[in-house]
Design a protein around this ligand. Structure first.
Ligand code: PMV
Length: 312
């Protein structure tokens, strides 16, 4: 085959970021609003990367792209892919905003290589390679990003236990807004680990409460109770704030959403910037929220009907 192509969407964590690192459950879904397309083919002189982030010889890729270079090393070794190659990565996922862009880059590249080599892809064999890249990008990843993005359905995820498909089917809309500020997942995860050392009892209690809120949210979704889900989101945000993962940009958008009829609002993903999510009762109020959040300084917004997954 002369060319290999692979696509991956972004992801949204509805409930359970950070506590998922400590074994608590989390709910996440692949987010079709954004995605990454990777294309790979033979090249003449040397292996080359073409992306908005970096374009040039693979040998000169910056250290911030170590997740990609390590992934490529594994893929080259495993598939004996013809070198030199030309790899193009086109992304509509804002980087470092809690939408799992690093996992999506890895999934898209891995799928492109599988396609090029005409190997059948399963979620399991894609994940094997993606996890290598995520360990570099994240330090101590729970695996939720890679698992969500390499799949097609909303999931309930628990570290070590794995994931189960989850019917995210509810009469409500989720608005996603990007603060435009780069999140700091790696640092936020490390800082919570430090809190765990400094204030073990209090921090462990907060992490447990986040886990319990995810379970309550799960029940609310099963019973189609958007108001209760919204309440769980608000309580989770309070705890995430106490754990130091929010910031004033997120707080501002969250407060704005709550002042304009959102049923609940919280950060999503690593925090310290990145994106927030707000639950809206119907599409009209969701679209209004989008406008209000843009006027309040959001860089970009998206809307997702939570009923759309009903028949996946
Ligand atoms: O910021 P993102 O999109 O990489 O999401 C990170 C989610 C965390 O729970 C904070 C970390 C993890 O590994 O689960």
């Amino acid at each position: 085959k002369s060319i290999g192509m692979g696509y991956a969407s972004g992801k949204i964590i509805l409930m359970g970021e950070h506590s998922v690192v400590y074994g608590e459950p989390a709910i996440a879904f692949p987010f079709s609003g954004t995605g990454i397309q990777a294309t790979i083919r033979k090249h003449k002189l040397e292996s080359w990367i073409e992306s908005s982030f970096f374009h040039g010889p693979l040998s000169e890729a910056p250290t911030t792209m170590r997740n990609v270079t390590i992934l490529l090393w594994y893929l080259v070794k495993h598939f004996k892919i013809p070198e030199p190659f030309y790899l193009k990565v086109e992304s509509s996922i804002p980087a470092e905003r809690g939408m799992g862009s690093s996992a999506a880059v890895a999934v898209a590249i891995t799928r492109a290589v599988f396609d090029w080599m005409e190997e059948p892809t399963t979620q399991k064999n894609v994940l094997y390679f993606v996890n290598q890249a995520e360990a570099v990008a994240h330090g101590n990843p729970s695996g939720i990003d890679a698992t969500t993005i390499s799949g097609t359905e909303p999931i309930l995820y628990q570290k070590e236990i794995g994931f189960q498909p989850f019917q995210l089917n509810m009469d409500a809309y989720l608005v996603v807004a990007d603060t435009g500020i780069k999140g700091q997942t790696r640092k936020a995860v490390r800082d919570i680990a430090k809190l765990m050392e400094l204030r073990p009892r209090e921090t462990a209690k907060q992490i447990k409460s986040l886990g319990r809120l995810t379970q309550q949210a799960q029940q609310a979704i099963l019973k189609n109770q958007p108001h209760i889900l919204g309440d769980c989101m608000n309580q989770a945000q309070g705890l995430l704030r106490l754990l130091g993962t929010s910031n004033r940009h997120l707080d501002h958008l969250i407060e704005t959403a709550l002042n304009h009829e959102a049923l609940g609002a919280k950060l999503t993903g690593g925090g310290r910037g990145g994106c927030m999510i707000a639950l809206a009762e119907n599409e009209t109020s969701g679209r209004q929220l989008q406008q209000i959040l843009l006027a309040a300084g959001a860089r970009n917004t998206w809307i997702e009907g939570l009923g759309v997954y009903a028949h996946v």
